[in-house]
Design a protein around this ligand. Structure first.
Ligand code: NAP
Length: 271
C-alpha cells in the first residue's frame, strides 16, 4: 500500500504517517529502518540530538532518495543565525544526503532570536539544502512571532495524542494553514491502556494504538509513531486505512486530560 500524502503550505507533499526514530540506536535502528522501508514507510523523523543520523542513513542506503521524506531538527543549543548552516551541513553529512525534505527548529528559544533562526532556515531553503522548514514545540505566541516577520511555517511538530489534544493550538494552526505533525501519538504506549480506545478497538477489530493513530489522521494531522518490532511497524502503518466515524471521534474527544508527557526544563510552553 502507498501511504497517502498531505500537501504543506510550501507545496511539498508529506506521507501522512512516518516513522519516529527517537531512542532507536545503532544496529537496531538500521534494521528498523530497513524493515519499515520494506513495509512501505517513506517518511523518517530524526534529529541531531537523537544521535542516530548515521544509522538512519545506513538503513536507507541504496534506496532512491526521491522516494524518501527525510526530517531532521536543529537542537536548541545551536539557536543562533550563525550556527544554523554549520549544524545543517553536519546533519546532511551524517545522513549522507545533500538535502532534507524538512528541517525543524527542535525547541524554540524566544530569547535566542527564534524568528532570526527561522529566517536563516528560509535562506537554507533558498539554497536548496532543505525543501521545507518548520518548528517543533512552538506555542501560538512563538508561531505568531515568526508569522509577524512575514515568514511561513509549513509545519509545527508537537506532542499530540488522545490524552493531550491541544485544541486551541490546533485551531490556530488550521486558521494559519500550518500543518501539525503529532509526535508521541501513542502517548509513548499509554494509549493502549485507555478503556475508551480499547472499546473502539474491539468495535473495529483493531488495536487501541491503531485507533489513536486513526484519530490523529482523521483530524488531518501527520503522525510519526516510533516502533521497533515488525509487528508494531506493520500495525501502525495499517492504521492509515482505518476510518473512524464522527461518534467515534466524539468519544475520543471526551478523553482529553491535558496530559503532557514531554516537558524538558528548557521548554517554553508558558510563552
Ligand atoms: P510514541 O510513538 O507515542 O510511542 C512509542 C512507544 O510505543 C514505544 O515504546 C513503542 O514500542 C510502542 N509502540 C509502537 N507501536 C506500537 C504498537 N503498535 N503497539 C504497542 N506499542 C507500540 O512515542 P515517541 O517515540 O515519543 O514519539 C514518536 C516520535 O515523535 C519520536 O520517535 C520522535 O521521532 C518524535 N518526537 C519528537 C519530539 C520533538 O520534540 N519534536 C519529542 C518526542 C518525540 P517499541 O519501540 O518496542 O515497538
Amino acid at each position: 500500500m502507498n501511504m497517502p500524502y498531505k500537501q504543506l503550505s510550501s507545496g511539498i507533499d508529506v506521507p501522512i504517517l512516518g516513522l519516529g526514530t527517537w531512542q532507536l540506536q545503532g544496529a537496531t535502528c538500521v534494521e528498523v529502518i530497513k524493515k519499515a522501508f520494506a513495509i512501505g514507510y517513506r517518511h523518517f523523523d530524526t534529529a541531531a540530538i537523537y544521535k542516530n543520523h548515521e544509522a538512519v542513513a545506513e538503513g536507507l542506503a541504496g534506496k532512491p532518495r526521491g522516494d524518501i521524506f527525510l526530517v531532521s531538527k536543529l537542537w536548541h543549543e545551536e539557536h543562533h543565525p550563525d550556527l544554523v548552516e554549520p549544524a545543517l551541513d553536519r546533519a546532511l553529512k551524517e545522513l549522507k544526503t545533500d538535502y532534507l525534505d524538512l528541517y525543524l527548529v527542535h525547541w524554540p528559544k524566544q530569547k535566542a532570536h527564534f524568528p532570526e533562526v527561522m529566517y536563516e532556515m528560509e535562506k537554507m531553503r533558498k539554497k536548496g539544502k532543505i525543501r521545507s522548514m518548520g518548528t517543533c514545540n512552538a506555542t501560538i505566541h512563538h508561531m505568531q512571532d515568526v508569522l509577524n516577520q512575514g515568514l511561513d511555517i509549513p509545519v509545527n511538530q508537537v506532542e499530540l495524542h488522545p490524552f493531550f489534544q491541544q485544541e486551541e493550538l490546533a485551531k490556530f494552526c488550521r486558521i494559519k494553514a500550518i500543518a501539525i505533525t503529532a509526535y508521541s501519538p501513542l502517548a509513548r504506549g499509554a494509549v493502549l491502556e485507555s478503556p475508551v480506545l480499547q472499546k473502539l478497538a474491539e468495535k473495529h477489530g483493531k488495536t487501541a494504538g491503531q485507533i489513536a493513530l486513526a484519530w490523529c489522521l482523521k483530524n488531518n494531522y501527520i503522525v510519526i509513531p516510533k516502533a521497533t518490532s515488525e509487528k508494531h511497524l506493520q500495525e501502525n502503518f495499517a492504521a492509515s486505512s482505518l476510518h473512524l466515524s464522527q461518534s467515534d471521534m466524539d468519544e475520543i474527544r471526551a478523553i482529553d486530560e491535558d496530559r503532557r508527557l514531554i516537558l524538558p526544563d528548557f521548554a517554553e510552553f508558558d510563552y
